[in-house]
Design a protein around this ligand. Sequence first.
Ligand code: IMP
Ligand code: MG
Length: 181
Amino acid sequence: MNTDISKILIDKDELEKITDHIAEKINRDYADISKPLLLLIILKGSVMFAADLMKKITLPLEIEFMKVSSYGAGTKNSGEIKIHLDLTRDHLEMYNILIIEDIIDSGRTLSRLSQLLKNRNANSVKTCILLDKPSRREVPFTPDYVGRVIPDEFVVGYGLDYNEKYRNLPYVGILKPEVYS
Ligand code: IMP
Ligand code: MG
């Protein structure tokens, strides 16, 4: 285990089970849709989760990326989302969009992003999140698919970062507070 991590919260085996379970649900829920499923992968934190998850989705799908942020370099929410990279596709009414995100905290990123895509007339917009910190919610938002509800701790690994580091850890772990204080 990396020495900056105080505890492994979700290990490799459990991450496997989480993606198995969510993919099963998605396969069932989207089985009868007439318009294509578009996985909208939010850079960069959800890349590992999305890669593992999509291998287990047996339906035809397409992928797109967006890069948005609500956080600066630190661990505190700046309160705004910024679009750094937008999806280039037009005619969103042709797609059932499933947003893939690493973690929901205040809920600002996802509520604004979902609204934006609905305003662009997507046929449907749902959200699939690896980690949910419900105790931190500042705007009401309930994701459609959640991997695991976690306590209010700053976590890294399996795509999630602190100052761009730790994304490559193969597990989700709690970062020692002395690393960021
Ligand atoms: P929200 O708008 O507050 O829900 O922000 C969600 C975003 O905050 C995520 O996409 C992450 O980039 C970041 N974030 C929130 N909590 C953590 C954490 O514990 N570790 C790493 N990133 C986090
Ligand atoms: Mg992030």
